[in-house]
Design a protein around this ligand. Structure first.
Ligand code: G6P
Length: 371
């Protein structure tokens, strides 16, 4: 590989640690003093986002999870209806796209066959239903970028590890910029916009602080080595982060993992809980924290082994059957980006302990250019 691993044992670990810089690059030139600089997205950005009435967000794999987080942001911050779909489903469905639909494709590589096919499908109906197409992508000059009306580059730099890390968090950062741009164009209260712009500036530092958890998570990972299954739980915009945590773990450690919105526990997964079922939960400080705590009690009462990544102010304390890892405090809107990092580190260290091929997991490819 032209890109070296430097001091790191694997590309994945190097790329995890590059995230503060990658996210700073994704923000570079795009923030004004208290607004997002919409013009920096491209000359036609203001016009395209201005005529957007709803968004169809389409992607595969990790990029799909970024889209799922963005739905929470775009609807909460801009009031724009948003639906998120896996590209291989979207392309073959009789999609109803009301006039003014923006097709937003997300892809690290810009070459994923199903995502490209979804874009081409929308382009055929452009004008009539689709207001236009926007791609968020890491590879300049890729097919997705060339064929979209507008592209926002994530500037993550080359990502070699098959399990996506910095491409994901830079996608999330770019999607937050889009959500704020839509909010500005719709005249939403600009006080919150300004606060989020200030917090975005501080995000690279916050991610650097979060990476200090590396040693603690490496130690914690040892207890996962002999587990056969893991359940991840989150609520709200952390639910897709739970899905992404489960995907990372299964991709590289080959431990079966799945994720659930914590509120769905009672509708099925609770039946799986016993002393052999580790449950990883995400507990940032938000309006759902008390509801999450009662979900955690449901797991504890059945002997599940909890690992909780929690805000310092959550008042969740370590107890028998519940390990609490404190994640640096952060605002609820940026928490999905911050909480991605401990889950990446967990998957990485479990995979290393299980001696798998971390950067090249079996049967998987970095870029899926055929159907
Ligand atoms: C493959 C990769 C994943 C990636 C997905 C979508 O499955 O292994 O890491 O998330 O493709 O790729 P894209 O380049 O479109 O983001």
């Amino acid at each position: 590989q032209a890109v070296g691993k430097g001091e790191f044992d694997h590309y994945m670990l190097k790329e995890i640690h590059e995230q503060p810089v990658a996210v700073a690059n994704a923000l570079e030139g795009r923030l004004g003093s208290d607004q997002v600089l919409i013009e920096a997205f491209g000359p036609q950005a203001r016009q395209l986002l201005g005529k957007t009435r709803q968004i169809h967000l389409v992607a595969c794999g990790t990029s799909y999870h970024a889209g799922m987080v963005a739905r929470y942001w775009i609807e909460a911050l801009a009031g724009v209806p948003c639906q998120v779909e896996i590209a291989s489903e979207y392309r073959y469905r009789d999609v109803v796209a009301p006039p003014g639909t923006l097709l937003l494709t997300l892809s690290q590589s810009g070459e994923t066959a199903d995502t490209l096919a979804a874009l081409r499908h929308a382009r055929k109906r452009q004008g009539e239903n689709y207001a236009g197409t926007l791609s968020i992508c890491n590879v300049p000059g890729s097919s997705l970028v060339r064929e979209s009306d507008l592209s926002l580059m994530t500037h993550a730099g080359p990502e070699i590890g098959v399990a996506s890390t910095k491409a994901f968090t830079t996608q999330l950062t770019s999607l937050m910029l889009v959500a704020l741009a839509l909010r500005q164009l719709r005249g939403g209260d600009q006080g919150l916009t300004a606060r989020l712009v200030h917090r975005l500036r501080y995000l690279p530092t916050l991610l650097g602080d979060t990476l200090q958890l590396d040693a603690e998570i490496a130690e914690l990972a040892q207890r996962f080595v002999d587990y056969r299954h893991t359940l991840f739980l989150g609520r709200g915009a952390q639910m897709p982060i739970a899905l992404e945590g489960a995907l990372k773990l299964k991709e590289i450690s080959y431990i079966h993992a799945e994720a659930y919105p914590a509120g769905e526990l009672k509708h099925g997964p609770l039946a799986l809980i016993d002393g052999n079922m580790p449950v990883v939960a995400l507990a940032p400080m938000d309006e759902l924290i008390d509801k999450l705590k009662s979900n955690l009690q449901e797991v504890r009462a059945r002997g599940g082994q909890l690992v909780v990544f929690a805000d310092p102010e959550s008042r969740l304390e370590q107890e028998e059957g519940m390990r609490v890892v404190r994640v640096p405090g952060c605002c609820r809107f940026l928490a999905p980006i911050v909480y991605s990092l401990p889950l990446q580190l967990l998957a990485y260290h479990v995979a290393v302990a299980r001696e798998t091929d971390v950067d090249q997991p079996r049967n998987l490819a970095k870029s899926v250019t055929v159907e």
